[in-house]
Design a protein around this ligand. Structure first.
Ligand code: FES
Length: 194
């Protein structure tokens, strides 16, 4: 039996007409506009976050060779001499140009162009190591660790390891470059800090 206009079935009352092509086109245009708006809003935000994190990114590039002194400034008598490590320093988001960031003992034997570099930082707890007069050994003023002039431990020693050797090289103009690194203190193994 057919339904009359005033006596429509439940199905006829609730069903809606299927969206036509015009409706679908308008939906797609709205979606594209929404996506473009989101990209335009998020791009400066993403760039800001990248810039904000950039110092941390640059700080992770540790352990570079730093020019310390000319080869001729290191007497070839086998006795280590103390030199500052000077570099631009980055402390989170603040840059400090040409500041001392550490110190190194450099030595070379008679007539040798080979340079030996030892970090002046004590492996026990991080104090600066002195050379004790008359230059026969290294001594740390904090807890009396002692080391030979080649950096080996003299027992008894609170330091758990010998002095930390650093890589170095001579460039074509005769400058000594040292690969400056900080190492964890208080442990027997030489582990670079990140
Ligand atoms: Fe050098 Fe303790 S820090 S002996």
């Amino acid at each position: 039996m057919r339904s009359t206009p005033d006596k429509a079935t439940d199905f006829e009352k609730t069903s809606k007409p299927a969206p036509g092509p015009e409706h679908r086109r308008s939906f797609v245009i709205k979606a594209i506009a929404l996506a473009c708006g989101a990209i335009a809003t998020l791009s400066p935000f993403a760039a800001g976050v990248w810039t904000y994190l950039d110092p941390l990114r640059r700080q992770s590039k540790a352990s570079t060779f730093i020019r310390v002194v000319s080869l001729g400034s290191i007497p070839d008598d086998g006795i280590p001499r103390l030199f500052p490590i000077v570099s631009d320093r980055l402390d989170a988001w603040t840059g400090f140009p040409s500041e001392p960031i550490g110190a190194v003992y450099l030595s070379r034997e008679k007539g040798s162009p080979q340079v030996k570099a030892l970090s002046a930082i004590c492996p026990h707890a991080g104090c600066f190591v002195d050379i004790s007069a008359p230059s026969d050994c290294f001594r740390c003023p904090c807890h009396n660790s002692s080391f030979t002039l080649s950096g080996a431990m003299i027992q008894p020693s609170p330091s758990p390891r010998e002095m930390d050797a650093l890589d170095c090289q001579i460039d074509e103009s005769g400058q000594v470059l040292v690969k400056w690194e900080n190492f964890y203190t208080g442990i027997a193994t030489k582990v670079p800090r990140a």
